[in-house]
Design a protein around this ligand. Structure first.
Ligand SMILES: NC(=O)c1ccc[n+]([C@@H]2O[C@H](COP(=O)([O-])OP(=O)(O)OC[C@H]3O[C@@H](n4cnc5c(N)ncnc54)[C@H](O)[C@@H]3O)[C@@H](O)[C@H]2O)c1
Length: 290
C-alpha cells in the first residue's frame, strides 16, 4: 500500500475498531519487539485491557505464537525496525486489517555491553540502529497515521510511548552504547511531543528497571545472571541466586521490574490528558527524579 492510500484508509476508518472490554477497548496498539521479554508481557497486559494488539517483531514465528496465544484482537506482523520499508509495511498492514493505530509502544531494543577501550564501532552502530534509528522510524510513520486520523476526527487523541530504561536516566558502567541510545530516545520523545501536540498526539517515554525474570537476565544459558556469575562481576557470588539477590538489593522495593509495572505506566500515559514529553521511571525507587 502506498503512503497516500495508507493515510486515506486511516482517515476513513477512524471509528472502525474492534470492541473489547477494558480500559483500552477499541484501541489498536502496535508493540514492537513483542515476540518475547518486556514487549510480549506488555502486549499481553494491554490486550487484557481490551486493546487490539499487533505483535510486531523480526522473530516472526515467535510473534505468531504470542498472537495465537492471545486469540481474538491480536495479530503478528514481521518487522525490522531498522528498515524503513519494513516499518512502512507494518503500518500499511495494520491499517488495512484493523483500520488505524491509536497507540505505538516502541519497545524493540538490543544491548551490547563492553568497555570503552575495546568496544567496536560495529557494535555501536548495531545498538544505535535498533534503539535510536528504529525508534525514530516507528514514530515517523505512527505520527503520519495518527495525524491523518486526527484530521478526520479532531477530538480524537493518540499516544506514542517509547521504551527507554533507567539507563536512559543515569549512566551505565561499560554499557554506554545502550545508555546513550536510551538517553537519546528521551530527547526524541521530548522533541516529538512538542511537534505533535497540536495533532492530538502525546509522546512519552517509560524508563523501566531491570526485568530480572525476563530472558535477558534469566535465560539459563545466555542470561546476564549466568554471565555475571561466570565473569565474577558480583564479588562473592557463588550461585545464580546470589547474583540475582545482589541486583534485587539495589532496588528499594526489593524486586525486579515486571511487564505489568510498565503496562501500568503506559496506561497512565494514555489515560491522562494533560501531560506529554515526560520520561517516567518504573524502577521500584531505584532511580528518583529531581
Ligand atoms: N530487560 C530489561 O531489564 C530492560 C530494562 C529496561 C528497559 N528495557 C528495554 O525494554 C525493551 C525490551 O527489552 P527486553 O529485555 O524485553 O529484550 P528482549 O531481547 O527479550 O526482546 C527484544 C525483542 O525485540 C526484538 N527485536 C530486536 N531487534 C529488532 C528489530 N531490528 N526489529 C524488530 N524487532 C527487533 C527481538 O526479536 C526481541 O523479540 C528494550 O527496548 C530494552 O532496552 C529492558
Amino acid at each position: 500500500m502506498d503512503m497516500e492510500k495508507l493515510l486515506k484508509t486511516a482517515k476513513e476508518r477512524i471509528h472502525d475498531r474492534l470492541d473489547g472490554v477494558g480500559r483500552l477497548s477499541g484501541k489498536v496498539v502496535i508493540v514492537t519487539g513483542a515476540a518475547q521479554g518486556f514487549g510480549r508481557g506488555i502486549a499481553e497486559e494491554l490486550h487484557r485491557e481490551g486493546a487490539t494488539v499487533i505483535i510486531a517483531d523480526m522473530q516472526f514465528a515467535a510473534a505468531k505464537e504470542v498472537a495465537e496465544g492471545l486469540g481474538e484482537r491480536a495479530a503478528a506482523i514481521r518487522v525490522d525496525v531498522t528498515d524503513e520499508d519494513s516499518v512502512r509495511e507494518m503500518y500499511a498492514e495494520t491499517v488495512e486489517r484493523f483500520g488505524g493505530v491509536d497507540l505505538l509502544v516502541a519497545n524493540a531494543g538490543v544491548l551490547r555491553a563492553g568497555a570503552l577501550a575495546s568496544y567496536e564501532k560495529k557494535d555501536m552502530e548495531f545498538v544505535t540502529n535498533v534503539n535510536y534509528i528504529g525508534t525514530f522510524l516507528c514514530c515517523k510513520y505512527a505520527a503520519a497515521v495518527m495525524q491523518a486520523q486526527h484530521e478526520a476526527d479532531p477530538s480524537a487523541t493518540f499516544d506514542i510511548v517509547i521504551m527507554s530504561s533507567k539507563s536512559g536516566l543515569e549512566g551505565s558502567n561499560r554499557n554506554f552504547a545502550y545508555a546513550g541510545s536510551k538517553f537519546g530516545v528521551i530527547g526524541l520523545a521530548q522533541s516529538f511531543a512538542l511537534e505533535l501536540c497540536s495533532s492530538g498526539i502525546k509522546v512519552n517515554a517509560v524508563c523501566p528497571g531491570n526485568y530480572l525474570d525476563g530472558p535477558l537476565w534469566s535465560d539459563p544459558e545466555t542470561g546476564l545472571f549466568v554471565q555475571y556469575l561466570r565473569s565474577g562481576k558480583v564479588p562473592g557470588a557463588k550461585t545464580v541466586d546470589d547474583v540475582r539477590r545482589h541486583y534485587e538489593a539495589k532496588v528499594p522495593m526489593n524486586r525486579g521490574c515486571l511487564p505489568i509495572d510498565v503496562a501500568r505506566a503506559i496506561l497512565y500515559c494514555v489515560e491522562q490528558k494533560y501531560e506529554t514529553g515526560q520520561a517516567i521511571p518504573v524502577t521500584g525507587g531505584q532511580v528518583m527524579l529531581n
